[in-house]
Design a protein around this ligand. Structure first.
Ligand SMILES: N[C@@H](CCC(=O)N[C@@H](CS)C(=O)NCC(=O)O)C(=O)O
Length: 205
């Protein structure tokens, strides 16, 4: 299987980490987002949305990182995506929450405090950051509270949900994510960071 992706991006990395954890080989096709390679006519044939990651498995092409994670994890029996309707719904709930809500705060901090500087030498937009801070402090207590008496998000076992929601936290320091008051999130992410599959897929910057 081929993964079109940009390894520094949390969306590519969480897919790579799941594949590594499950010992599923993926051939990486590096798409250099810094050079706009996701917007070329050739790439738009693979994903008309012009975004990475994209998985190609024979004649099946799949974009959206969380869908790719579920597809990969469906290839073999494993605890990341257990064969149980409630566990899967619970994992999917956190994956939807990540894309719909958690991303709004975390994604804006990454973009404004880190990516803009790296790519364009620009400072973050204070208005966007203020808005991101409000959103972040609306959602982080939900995650922190849920983790108060759990090691992992679903059934206290490592699942796809942890890779999805945790994926931004590698950049907590350079993106200046305001995590100070969220002790449970920090402890949970330290557990993710100690996983060989997470460490092995760390972006080489
Ligand atoms: N919801 C999508 C988001 C994908 C996405 O936004 N990818 C970004 C990198 S994080 C991208 O490829 N952007 C390319 C561009 O905008 O040129 C997913 O989870 O896969």
């Amino acid at each position: 299987m081929k993964l079109y992706g940009f390894p520094p991006s949390p969306n590519t990395r969480k897919v790579q980490a799941v594949a590594a954890h499950l010992d599923i080989p993926l051939e990486l096709e590096f798409v250099n987002l810094a050079k706009g390679e996701a917007r070329t006519a050739e790439f738009l044939l693979i994903n008309p949305g012009g975004r990475t990651p994209v998985l190609v498995d024979g004649d099946f092409t799949l974009w959206e990182s969380n869908a790719i994670m579920q597809y990969l994890a469906s290839k073999k029996k494993n605890a990341l995506w257990p064969d149980d309707a409630r566990a899967r719904a619970d994992i999917a709930r956190w994956q939807f929450w990540q894309v719909a809500h958690w991303h709004q705060g975390c994604g804006t901090f990454l973009w404004e405090n880190m990516v803009k500087k790296m790519l364009f030498g620009m400072d973050g937009d204070p208005v966007a950051l203020k808005q991101a801070e409000e959103t972040f402090h609306r959602d982080a207590p939900v995650l922190d509270g849920h983790l108060a008496n759990r090691h992992y998000l679903v059934n206290d076992t490592l699942t796809l949900a942890d890779f999805s929601v945790g994926s931004y936290l590698h950049y907590a320091v350079p993106a200046r994510l305001p995590l100070e008051r969220y002790r449970n999130i920090r402890a949970w992410y330290a557990r993710i960071e100690s996983l060989p599959a997470w460490r092995d897929t760390a972006p080489k910057m």
